[in-house]
Design a protein around this ligand. Structure first.
Ligand code: AMP
Length: 198
């Protein structure tokens, strides 16, 4: 028997990755998605692509992004509904940066139940806020993202603490939460998550 036919099919195919700005969600999302054989769907990346292409959606999103605020739920939810309906996401997905508000959680629940599927896990990457601010300032210097100035970085941490951190408890109550220490080497963190997912 070959190794691949001996391995059981992955049972984890619909996931959310959550964590404060700078915790390495984007990097881990791409790696985890590849391991799990599902697309990584990053709302931040989709917004940035729209900004770069000067679409109407991009023009709307940019104002909020540059201030460190969340793009309105109606705009974000419609964009995610479109993306999840694409063929590559039918068998599974890893959502990076969505849902971020209680209204988005409700809307995602609705989308999934309409499709007759459910979430398998919500992975929270945890990290120390001061460490994250330092990381983001370093990234700002390297990449020049327009939402990476110090005041915007601090505002993004506040918005996360106020609006998104409470959602973790909600998923914990549903028995879906997998909490992983996000500080450490990239490979180390990926391994931690994959081990925690089993
Ligand atoms: P990220 O790359 O995930 O840090 O997202 C960058 C920015 O895009 C955020 O600061 C928000 O302005 C916007 N954004 C990304 N995802 C969402 C979301 N789920 N809801 C509202 N705004 C979002």
């Amino acid at each position: 028997m070959t190794e691949s036919s001996a391995s059981a099919p992955r049972s984890v195919s619909r996931l959310i990755l959550v964590g404060p700005p700078g915790a390495g969600k984007g990097t881990q999302a791409a790696r985890l998605a590849e391991h799990l054989g599902v697309p990584a769907i990053s709302t931040g990346d989709i917004f940035r692509a729209n900004v770069a292409q000067h679409t109407t959606l991009g023009q709307t999103a940019q104002r909020y992004m540059d201030a460190g605020e969340y793009v309105p739920d109606e705009v974000t939810n419609a964009m995610v509904a479109d993306r999840l309906a694409q063929p590559d996401a039918v068998g599974g997905f890893l959502l990076d940066g969505y849902p971020r508000t209680e209204a988005q959680v409700g809307e995602l629940d609705r989308m999934l139940s309409e499709a007759g599927v459910s979430l398998d896990a919500v992975v929270e990457l945890t990290a120390d806020i001061d460490e994250l601010v330092a990381r983001l300032l370093k990234r700002a210097a390297e990449q020049g993202r327009s939402d990476d100035t110090e005041s915007v970085i601090r505002r993004r941490q506040e918005v996360y603490a106020e609006q998104t951190a409470p959602l973790v408890g909600l998923y914990e109550a549903r028995g879906l939460l997998v909490r992983v220490d996000g500080l450490g080497g990239i490979d180390e963190v990926t391994e931690r998550v994959l081990t925690a997912l089993g």
